[in-house]
Design a protein around this ligand. Structure first.
Ligand code: A3P
Length: 285
């Protein structure tokens, strides 16, 4: 496999969760499915929904990352070539998750893309619990040990700005034929209709019996009871303490945590960055 080593800046900077070399050298297939989300917007739920639909119902998989890998994640002990060879060996249809912007995502002209968005106020609060529920070892490795209070996490989330970057970059592609945009809030309200839309979008065949199994395995209850499948990293270690990560799954949980000022700051920044139609669609306008 020949690897491009001189990188176009479009693929972004290297960091512990973003390897631009993987993005620059990824060979997309037309039947690939990429799940794109801002962190905490229901990524893992969507990974599991797609894995369950593709398999016709599979309660036995070891970890979600092993069946629906995180595309741009550097893998300890593996070179780019080895990671890309692993990707090439996966049978079609492959499914990946990504937190990349539209510009950083490979194959946007070919692959099927499913976007899951979520109210930024709930994403922020979910991110706070994400940090707090990490095992001490993983927290230290991610340089989060100094982050102690809700306000610390709030500032980090605002400064990092992943939610804003992600939504702003994908919004102009809302009507692209190869993109299906689903809102977490709609999935909570009526998951059956959302799953029907996914099946129709991908033209996958799912029998009524398989659909019953899928419904069970994508429920919050099943995912919480089988949380170990969703909290292992690529090395198989648990990243979160028991009870963390598949946490509450509620809409409007932010009301318990955000101050009025913090809520205003989140909404003001959204209004600066997103157009009125996008804000209305997201329920923020
Ligand atoms: P909360 O922290 O609000 O509970 P991501 O996978 O993008 O990190 O998102 C994690 C959020 O999705 C968490 O939200 C988690 O509880 C929620 N989630 C995971 N599985 C879910 C399911 N089956 N139904 C509803 N929400 C789910």
């Amino acid at each position: 496999m020949t690897i491009t080593t001189v990188l176009d800046p479009r693929w972004g900077e290297s960091d512990p969760t973003h390897d631009p070399y993987l993005l620059a050298n990824f060979k997309a297939r037309p039947d690939d499915v990429l799940i794109t989300t801002a962190p905490k917007a229901g990524t893992t739920w969507m990974q599991n929904i797609l894995h369950q639909l593709r398999s016709g119902g599979d309660p036995e998989f070891y970890s979600i990352d092993s069946v629906v890998p995180w595309l741009e994640l550097p893998r300890d002990g593996l070179s780019h070539t080895e990671v890309l060879e692993r990707y090439s060996a996966i049978q079609s249809p492959r499914i990946f998750k990504t937190h990349c912007t539209y510009e950083q995502t490979p194959g946007t002209d070919r692959v099927n893309i499913i976007m899951s968005s979520r109210d930024p106020r709930d994403c922020m609060v979910s991110f706070y619990h994400h940090i707090m529920d990490m095992t001490d070892e993983v927290r230290a490795r991610g340089h989060f040990s100094q982050i102690e209070t809700f306000d610390d996490v709030f500032h980090l989330w605002m400064e990092f700005g992943a939610w804003y970057r992600n939504v702003a970059s994908w919004w102009p592609h809302f009507n692209d034929d190869n993109l299906l945009w689903l809102r977490y809030e709609d999935m909570k309200h009526d998951i059956d209709t959302c799953v029907d839309r996914i099946i129709a979008f991908l033209h996958w065949e799912v029998s009524p019996t398989q659909r019953l199994a899928v419904n069970e395995y994508i429920s919050f209850h099943w995912m919480k009871a089988n949380a170990d499948k969703f909290v292992r990293n690529s090395m198989g270690e648990p990243v979160f303490k028991p009870g963390g990560f598949i946490r509450k799954g509620n809409v409007g949980d932010y009301k318990q945590k955000l101050s009025g000022t913090q809520e205003q700051q989140i909404l003001e920044k959204a209004k600066e960055i997103l157009n009125a139609e996008c804000l209305r669609y997201l329920g923020l306008g």
